[in-house]
Design a protein around this ligand. Structure first.
Ligand SMILES: [Zn+2]
Ligand SMILES: [Zn+2]
Ligand SMILES: [Zn+2]
Length: 263
């Protein structure tokens, strides 16, 4: 169809199209509140009978949608009631999915769906981290800590401003324990545990965090990959993104981290 003009024509009210119209009109049997042709979420928000229909006949998953007859003889013709196709379920080893025959006919959920496991990972990381990732913002950056391995400054976050005593305790802890990327900053039982946090989901290969640059606590011109000073922001990238991290000439191949594309 590309580059080829096309014509639209008035629909013909006979043959297959006519059948289609009748067929489409049946949505009002499911719920008279549904207007023909209007099936967006906002249109269906008040269609209570439609929602009941979904609950009785349909199973909606991230990657699938199933529909089957219900048990109500006033609603559906009696017949074989098929089991829902099962979700993938991980076996006891945690490395494989169970065979179809094992899980078919059992009640399953989406908890083992590959893409939902990442959410679980994030949830686990947040639990070990001690705070939600949403707390890790520029306004909560109170100081930085240097990684013993890569020497990048990492942000130390706290909901409340740290008082001099907090800072003293934290310094004391940091003198006794080396910090490396991806670990917690306070050992178990430390007085500052639960008060200060570092981002857990990162490694020495991760560039300096965005909040570092927007917090006024760190130098705004150090390369986000190697910390060398006087790194610039790529001008072309700044045309397309509102937030661009400074990257030195040597580190350009590692990529230029950006946020907030301009529309
Ligand atoms: Zn039914
Ligand atoms: Zn590191
Ligand atoms: Zn660099």
């Amino acid at each position: 169809m590309q580059n080829e003009p096309y014509n639209s024509c008035v629909p013909q009210y006979f043959g297959p199209y006519r059948e289609l119209l009748f067929y489409e009109a049946e949505v009002t049997l499911i719920d008279p509140a549904i207007a023909i042709g209007k099936y967006q979420q906002q249109n269906l928000i008040h269609a209570a009978e439609y929602k009941q229909f979904l609950a009785a006949h349909c199973l909606e998953r991230h990657y699938s949608f199933q529909i089957r007859r219900c048990d109500n003889v006033d609603c559906c013709q009696p017949g074989t009631k098929w089991s829902w196709l099962p979700d993938p379920v991980i076996d006891n080893t945690g490395n494989h999915y169970q065979p179809f025959e094992t899980v078919f006919g059992t009640e399953t959920s989406e908890k083992d769906r590959p893409s939902s496991q990442n959410q679980t990972l994030a949830a686990v990381a947040q639990e070990q981290q001690g705070c939600k990732n949403s707390l890790l913002t520029a306004q909560n950056v109170r100081m930085t800590v240097k990684c013993k391995e890569c020497e990048k400054p990492r942000c130390v976050y706290s909901k409340l401003k740290l008082n001099p005593r907090d800072i003293r305790s934290l310094r004391h802890t940091l003198e006794r324990y080396d910090y490396t990327c991806g670990s917690v900053i306070t050992p178990d039982g430390d007085v500052m545990q639960g008060k200060v946090f570092v981002r857990l989901q990162m490694s020495c290969g991760t560039h300096i965090e965005f909040p570092f640059y927007s917090s006024n606590i760190g130098r705004p011109d150090i390369c986000c990959h190697c910390t060398s000073p006087n790194a610039g922001k790529d001008e072309n990238t700044m045309k397309t993104h509102r937030v661009v991290l400074p990257v030195c000439q040597n580190c350009v191949p590692k990529g230029i981290p950006t946020r907030m594309p301009k529309k």
